[in-house]
Design a protein around this ligand. Structure first.
Ligand code: PXP
Length: 251
């Protein structure tokens, strides 16, 4: 097997650098500076979620991430008119559509594509028409995969939160669902990504899934950077990916 054609990208979500900045207002710490360190440390992309309430990343951050950082930007947004206009103004490399609830602490679950199929078909088309790679953040469910295929998404990103939060003895059940979902989505021509709640350990079984093309990880990496430094943490995650990926590609 050729390692390069099975390369697994690491996208780093820098939202929580902005969360700390916003705790005091002002400019420090700067999420764009964090994105530069992430880029210099070997990550493959930057992910940022522009929330309706701007609780972490703001509009100016997005403008600067597009103009100052030389890595593909994966812009996470809720499928609303306001966010569509912002995406069309900046044309990031990719957009990931996520569900959003004002009161949630983080994106709690996947998008219900089945319930808004016609709406999302038009929404996805508007993004794809200007060349934005369009992804849907969904639960590992065959029905949601089928609906994502029907709305012509390029990518599905599987929500790994339930797997990461599950007690040790139940993790394999969730992992199997993710594994089956990736096989199914890949067979339909959908590129497969995964993210939410991943750390140095929970990431390992996912790296073994050869059809998976990208991981998006934020909270753990930014939190761990407080102790180890952002560059070290990104390099360590990248090396875990290399090591575990090479083992399966060789076999
Ligand atoms: N992918 C998507 C679509 C997300 O919404 C998030 C959280 O914002 C992540 C990945 C990263 O999750 P975490 O911060 O838990 O690593």
């Amino acid at each position: 097997m050729d390692y390069h054609s099975h390369y697994l990208r690491l996208g780093v979500n820098i939202d929580h650098v902005a969360t700390i900045r916003n705790a005091r207002g002002g400019y420090h710490p700067d999420p764009v500076k964090a994105a530069q360190i992430v880029a210099d440390s070997g990550a493959d992309g930057i992910t940022a979620h522009l929330r309706e309430d701007r609780r972490h990343i703001n509009d100016r951050d997005i403008e600067r991430l597009v103009s100052e950082i030389n890595l593909p930007l994966n812009l996470e947004i809720a499928p609303t008119q306001e966010m569509l206009e912002i995406a069309l103004r900046h044309i990031p490399h990719a957009v990931c559509l996520v569900p959003e609830k004002r009161t949630e602490k983080t994106t709690e679950g996947g998008l219900n594509v089945i319930h808004q199929q016609n709406f999302l078909y038009d929404f996805v088309a508007k993004l794809k028409n200007v060349g934005i790679k369009t992804s849907l953040f969904i639960e590992p469910s065959f029905d949601q995969i089928e609906a994502s295929f029907k709305v012509k998404a390029d990518v599905v990103e599987f929500h790994t939160g339930r797997y990461c939060d599950a007690p040790k003895e139940k993790k394999s059940i969730h992992l199997k669902q993710i594994y089956d979902a990736i096989k199914e989505a890949n067979s339909k021509g959908l590129e497969c990504h995964a993210g939410h709640g991943l750390d140095y350990n929970t990431v390992k079984p996912l790296i073994q899934i050869i059809e998976l093309k990208e991981l998006n990880i934020g909270h753990f990496l930014i939190g761990e950077a407080i102790f180890q430094g952002l560059d070290k943490v990104i390099k360590k995650m990248r090396s875990i990916i290399e090591k575990n990926r090479q083992t399966i590609v060789k076999n």
